[in-house]
Design a protein around this ligand. Structure first.
Ligand code: DAH
Length: 375
């Protein structure tokens, strides 16, 4: 039973190579995990659950403890791999313990021996995901600034995602490697581009694709203006998709909030005031934001908006903004001589992370209740 313990393994076979011992250690960990999961699963009483807890998760003599000590006996190069698997096994066993506790508690209080005088088991109430909380709060905030909520589809046509936004046909933002294009009937959605010429060949082979997962919520600007005359004051919140490699700050799907205000006499001063007021309201009075000159095909002039990240050691981009380009106004039938407008698009994940001090975007998508419970 205890052959896993550190003491039992002390005389380490000297001929064992480091990779061998890692493989063996990982295999032992697998065995331990399977046995532990089984023990928790088959424990029928709270005493049995507790015995299994001590056996596997006990601080002093638990098997997992022994497995942890084993880390020291591995080559330094192997420790990371072992550590990761150890952490996963530990999390799985803890989850199994939780599940077993809930199960036996329920069993103890239900069928035959029902004791109606016992206090009830309080169901654990869930709550909205931090991203949903952020989105709701933004809707609320901009609502107070007079912005209504608009919606648009996530499966978009190329016209709304690019053409109507004054993004020319050869613009790099249309590159198949940077977008999720969707297949038209009988056609491959993402033609394989030879590594040499990324955009051209891929776009031309079977005619340009017409549908895609939207890469920006700016699409909704167009949809709103197409459907109503000015004045306009809306925000749109939703998912956008780009084939980015996932890391601490990138995801292939994230959320944006888009804002659009069109009326007579709207200026850059309005844009800056609204964004500054918004940042102070959502992130706190002491937040620092800055505007940097930039370029977007659908705004002129354009800016990028940065916020000082928690700790204040670096600036992080919140999004883009600018005065709506006259070409965009014209494409939806507005008269740029009569009305002007500002627009902005901000990343919701970043706002949420800055607000709560979260440093890895992936935490927002893993649905780990131990993380989510904190918000
Ligand atoms: N759509 C841009 C992006 O996703 C952000 C953006 C820039 C939105 C400028 C705007 C804007 O409304 O005016 O990168």
């Amino acid at each position: 039973m205890m052959q896993q313990s550190a003491s039992a393994r002390k005389p380490k076979p000297p001929e064992m190579s480091s990779t061998d011992s890692l493989a063996v250690a990982l295999a032992d960990l697998d065995v331990l995990l399977a046995a532990g999961l089984n023990a928790f699963k088959s424990a029928a009483t709270s005493e049995a659950v507790e015995a299994s807890r001590i056996d596997y998760l006990g601080q002093k003599q638990g098997r997992l403890r022994a497995a942890q000590d084993r880390l020291k006996s591995l080559e330094p190069a192997s420790r990371r791999a072992y550590g990761q698997q150890f952490n996963a096994a530990k999390a799985a066993l803890e989850a199994a313990l939780d599940a077993a506790r809930v199960r036996v508690e329920r069993r103890a209080t239900t069928p035959i021996g029902l004791d109606v005088t016992l206090p009830g088991i309080r169901p654990r109430l869930g709550h909205r995901h931090p991203l949903t909380q952020t989105a709701d709060e933004l809707i609320d905030l901009f609502g107070r600034f007079g912005f209504a909520v608009a919606r648009g589809p996530e499966v978009e046509d190329v016209h709304h995602n690019f053409d109507a936004l004054n993004i020319p046909p050869n613009h790099f933002a249309r590159d198949p490697l940077d977008n999720f294009y969707l297949a038209a009937d009988g056609e491959p959605s993402q033609p394989e581009a030879p590594a040499t010429s990324r955009s051209e060949s891929a776009l031309s082979r079977s005619g340009p694709p017409t549908a895609m997962l939207r890469s920006q919520t700016s699409t909704v600007q167009i949809r709103v203006m197409e459907s109503q005359p000015p004045p306009v004051r809306v925000i749109a919140i939703g998912r956008v998709y780009r084939p980015d490699t996932v890391d601490a700050t990138h995801s292939f799907m994230f959320h944006q909030i888009e804002g659009l205000m069109v009326d007579r006499g709207v200026t850059m001063a309005h844009l800056k005031s609204v964004l500054r007021l918004f940042a102070e309201s959502y992130l706190g009075r002491e937040v620092k934001i800055r505007f940097r000159p930039s370029f977007f095909p659908f705004t002129e002039p354009s800016v990028e908006v940065d916020m000082l990240w928690h700790g204040g050691e670096r600036w992080v981009e919140m999004g883009g903004a600018g005065m709506v380009d006259p070409n965009v106004l014209r494409s939806v039938g507005y008269d740029p001589e009569d009305v002007t407008g500002f627009a902005f698009g901000l990343g919701i994940e970043r706002l949420c992370m800055r607000r709560h001090g979260i440093d890895d975007i992936r935490l927002l998508y893993q649905n780990d209740v131990r993380f989510l419970r904190q918000f």
